[in-house]
Design a protein. Structure first.
Length: 204
């Protein structure tokens, strides 16, 4: 015969079992919660890293576009330079009275970043650099060296003629080589060389 005491005992036992199960479930729930928190932190970290990687990728893409644009510009410039058929002509004149050499841009095109060297044999007598020389414009180089060399050549000719072996009719002169480096209107860099014999007298 089941007594009231037996029923109470059974209820107490059932309550203890239920409480134990609840304790186990609580612990398990806590572990799952901790795991969820850890995974959430890792997910946030991955999201931050992904954002940083995405930003880096965007920066690299931007730089790649800049490099591509520069490469295209260089390519277009190279094509323009290759196709540059612009004709430039230079002329050298000399004024014996002032011992001045004139370099004339004898064409209808502007020459830019012009560098000029006037040499006699292996010696540079005069030089200069000019931002630009306009169409048919000129630059001048005054140096007594030219007149002195012409006079020296004149004396040598006179000495030879005084010996009456061979009579020399040639004019006294000072041979020079003019080197001209310049940039054309289309951006080509060119180098021209002009050989000239300077003689006494008015500008010619």
């Amino acid at each position: 015969m089941v007594t009231f005491a037996d029923i109470c005992t059974a209820i107490g036992t059932l309550g203890g079992v239920t409480g134990f199960i609840a304790l186990l479930q609580t612990r398990h729930s806590n572990k799952l919660s901790e795991m969820a928190n850890r995974l959430a932190k890792e997910a946030n970290g991955i999201a931050v890293d992904s954002k940083r990687v995405a930003n880096d990728a965007n920066d690299l893409a931007g730089k790649a576009n800049e490099i591509s644009a520069d490469a295209n510009a260089i390519s277009q410039r190279a094509l323009s330079v290759t196709a540059d058929q612009t004709v430039y002509k230079w002329r050298v004149e000399y004024d014996g009275k002032t011992s001045t050499v004139f370099l004339v841009n004898d064409c209808a095109n502007t020459a830019r970043d012009v560098q000029v060297f006037i040499r006699h044999k292996d010696k540079t007598i005069a030089q200069g650099r000019f931002d630009e020389i306009p169409p048919f414009g000129e630059v001048m180089f005054e140096d007594q060296f030219f007149a002195e060399k012409i006079l020296e050549d004149r004396r040598a000719i006179d000495r030879a003629n005084a010996q009456k072996v061979i009579y020399i009719l040639a004019n006294a002169k000072c041979p020079v080589v003019v080197h001209v480096a310049y940039t054309t209107d289309l951006g080509s860099r060119r180098n021209d060389e002009l050989k000239q014999s300077l003689t006494a007298g008015k500008r010619h």
